[in-house]
Design a protein around this ligand. Structure first.
Ligand code: ADP
Ligand code: MG
Length: 481
């Protein structure tokens, strides 16, 4: 049982193989066309041979009919010359010849069976009436039937007919011989086509086998294989597509490695600080209680920082398209942004920053409210954090018929031109030392960008150093999958 199943599996994989299919196609085309051709040639030969035989017979019988007429045969049937001609004719013509007079009586029969008998057939009656020769071919019994009129040379009336029938068996015999020969030829042909199909199929499929080999040879290094398979346009395209995927994978792999090393670095920094703090207390003697408290506060801060990094990392992971579907619902964007500003107002007040919300119109959009809130919060928070005392942050909400736009501008320190492209990178911060005292993980804008891309939106930043920064976010009103 097991072997039967494995045999079937094996067989079905053979059926699916391109090689096998090419083989079948070449075989079928070869066999069908050669057998159609040989059938055609044989049947062509047969019909040509039959019609040749008929035409020859008709012209000979016409000559005989003329002789009979000019010899006045019906009035004098005992003429020796005519008798001789008739017997000569029947010996040449492998068939039966009958001569019938105007009373439908058989006056001569090469088989001598029907002399004196009446012979009434529609063809004969018609021939007497209209004087036209008749030629029929009986396909089933394989014989030719001819009715040739004999005209009276003076009155031009039909005074008798020659009724002849002849078998075409000899033609069929020839056809049989030929088709036997064709059969032998076919066997040779099948053999040839079989070998040809095997060779062709394996030659045609070889480039694809090479592709498989090349693809299999790609190892963990994800290096683009050097071998180019240019045999067909298709193989070239497959290899190009494969190389593109490979490059993309390599970039992904590199950025994943970089991310992991960044994450471990960032997570280790607070731990290292805590270790230093703890060690310094342990190694010192007679530490006053105030110092203990101070160090403990510092350790608490580092724990908070560690916590923030982990929270941000988790948010970033959640933004990933692969980690489940976004929770898309029709959302009142005005209320959402008003809520964000209300929540951030205390931080704004603390830093002496004025928060302005300018609503051009009411906006309803299909978005994941939690993720979008996180994205906008990060922007407004940055605008507050990287600002100057007495500065302002302004949020403009507007929409057209397709998108809504949320513009977050500030009067802050600005972003240098060469950093503008990098601020979305994970852990990237313009000024490491300054940023550290401001606080932050460098993940905020990465989270924002992921959230926006998840909504098929776009984000763009413009900035003048020392004057301020503007982030513009554009999100489709209808969610597109
Ligand atoms: N509104 C802004 N004004 C000036 N610099 C900004 C602004 N927003 C972001 N940046 C710069 O981009 C960096 C990355 O921002 P972000 O990813 O939110 O990280 P974080 O705020 O945790 O430092 C920040 O460290 C800061 O240098
Ligand atoms: Mg931030």
């Amino acid at each position: 049982m097991k072997t039967i199943i494995s045999f079937l599996i094996q067989k079905s994989s053979i059926l699916k193989s391109l090689k096998f299919r090419i083989w079948v196609i070449v075989m079928l085309v070869g066999l069908i066309s050669s057998s159609i051709m040989s059938q055609n040639i044989l049947s062509n030969y047969r019909s040509r041979a039959v019609s040749q035989q008929t035409t020859t017979a008709v012209s000979q019988f016409r000559i005989l009919a003329n002789h009979l007429a000019s010899a006045d045969y019906f009035n004098d049937k005992e003429q020796e010359s005519i008798e001789n001609e008739l017997s000569l004719f029947s010996s040449f013509f492998s068939g039966r010849i009958m001569i019938i007079d105007s009373n439908f009586n058989v006056v001569s029969d090469s088989y001598q069976m029907s002399v004196g008998k009446a012979m009434i057939a529609s063809e004969i009656i018609n021939c007497f009436a209209d004087g036209n020769a008749v030629q029929n071919y009986d396909d089933v019994n394989k014989y030719i039937e001819l009715v040739i009129p004999i005209f009276n040379p003076e009155s031009e009336t039909v005074e008798g007919v020659i009724f002849a029938s002849s078998s075409t068996q000899s033609v069929y015999n020839t056809v049989d011989v030929l088709s036997r020969k064709a059969g032998i030829l076919m066997v040779a042909m099948i053999l040839f086509i079989f070998i040809f199909a095997v060779v062709m199929s394996s030659i045609l499929v070889r480039p694809f086998e090479r592709i498989t080999k090349v693809i299999n040879s790609v190892d963990n290094g994800l290096a683009v294989p050097e071998e180019k398979i240019l045999d067909y346009l298709e193989t070239e395209e497959i290899m190009n597509a494969f190389n593109t995927v490979l490059n993309r994978m390599r970039i992904l792999d590199e950025s994943r490695e970089e991310f992991v090393s960044n994450v471990s670095h960032e997570l280790k920094t607070p731990l290292a600080s805590m270790k230093v703090l703890a060690d310094s207390i342990r190694n010192a003697d007679d530490v006053p209680i105030e110092t203990y408290k101070e160090f403990m506060d510092d350790i608490g801060d580092e724990v908070d920082r560690e916590n923030t990094i982990i929270t941000d990392l988790l948010s970033l992971v959640k933004m990933d398209k692969t980690s489940g579907k976004p929770n898309i619902k029709p959302t009142d964007v005005n209320t959402m942004i008003a809520g964000i500003i209300k929540r951030l107002k205390p931080i704004g007040d603390k830093n002496d920053i004025e928060l302005i919300f300018n609503e051009e119109r009411t906006v309803n959009a299909e978005i994941d409210e939690t993720k979008m809130t996180l994205a906008i919060t990060n922007l407004v928070e940055n605008a507050i954090k990287y600002n100057k005392p007495g500065g302002w942050v302004r949020v403009d909400l507007d929409a057209d018929h397709q998108f809504f736009s949320c513009k977050v501008s500030d009067s802050g320190i600005g972003i240098p031109k060469d950093s503008l492209d990098r601020i979305y990178e994970r852990f990237y911060r313009v000024d490491k030392s300054h940023s550290r005292e401001i606080g932050g993980t460098g993940l905020g804008l990465a989270i924002t960008r992921s959230a926006i891309l998840l909504h098929r939106g776009a984000i763009k930043a413009t900035s003048i150093e020392g004057e301020g920064t503007t982030f513009v976010v554009r999100i489709p009103l209808k969610y597109v999958i």
